[in-house]
Design a protein around this ligand. Structure first.
Ligand SMILES: [Zn+2]
Length: 251
């Protein structure tokens, strides 16, 4: 378990846990990473699954190594399946396979969180070595509330919440102006390397035009920080009954 988490992560975990059904039961944490959520769950029976063996080694609760789009569990194995901050990382070819697997393995409840209506360009940078552009956190897709719930047709939404303030702001227009005409791409704070060529020469402050835009952009940011929307969206979904609606046995 990751002990020293930033406040934003603590908030995210707290809000995610608040979406869990009060009835308890068994839980699968699909895409558990380093166990930051998994290890904090009060449920007696919990299992985590992730593709990254290094992250799994940090978990204290039982874990297995595997892919979210091919879960090694039988149908209805867990009362609740949680999938937090995973679906936005999946390519088109896998996201619906993963959603099908989550629905198959969850007996009654799904808890899902993703970044809410993220403008992917804002965290997109470029490698100065090979020219490839990529999202700093590896996000490949953005979800609206509708897009998220539509991925789980066997389930019905029971609770929705948004939480966490955005820490960096660019307008849709500024982000594109700065990339296209200013040559300005986010410079990663930590030692992030290009996913294609492995170069650490990533991002750029850009030209004079970018500096000018950045000046106005700073004022724009101050405004957005006051009225900006939440960063994440979380949902609790329950399996549809035969009559088509949700039922509240585990609400
Ligand atoms: Zn590269």
């Amino acid at each position: 378990m990751s002990a020293n988490l930033p406040d934003s992560e603590r908030l995210r975990i707290r809000e995610t846990m608040a979406l869990f059904p009060a009835s308890g039961g068994s839980v699968l944490d699909a895409g558990c990473g380093d166990g930051r959520l998994l290890d904090r769950l009060p449920n007696e029976v919990v299992i985590g699954i992730d593709v990254d063996p290094e992250k799994l080694s940090a978990c204290r609760r039982p874990v297995v190594r595997g892919s979210i789009h091919a879960l090694p569990f039988s149908t209805g194995s867990f009362d609740t399946v949680v999938c937090a901050e995973v679906l936005e990382h999946l390519p088109d070819s896998l996201v619906f396979l993963a959603a099908d697997e989550l629905q198959r393995v969850a007996r009654t409840t799904l808890v899902v969180t993703v970044p809410w209506e993220e403008d992917l360009m804002q965290a997109t940078t470029r490698c100065n070595q090979c020219g490839r552009s990529f999202h700093l956190s590896g996000h490949l897709r953005s979800f609206t509330s509708k897009r998220l719930s539509a991925a789980f047709p066997q389930f019905v939404v029971e609770a929705v919440c948004t939480f966490g303030k955005r820490t960096e702001y660019e307008s849709y227009v500024f982000a594109r102006l700065m990339r296209m005409f200013g040559g300005r791409w986010p410079v990663p704070a930590r030692g992030l390397v290009c996913q294609s060529c492995g170069s650490s020469n990533v991002g750029s402050e850009g030209n004079a035009f970018a500096a000018l835009i950045a000046h106005f952009h700073w004022r724009w940011c101050s405004l957005l920080k006051r009225c900006g929307k939440d960063y994440w969206i979380g949902m609790r979904l329950v399996r549809k009954t035969e009559s088509g609606g949700g039922r509240s046995r585990h609400a």
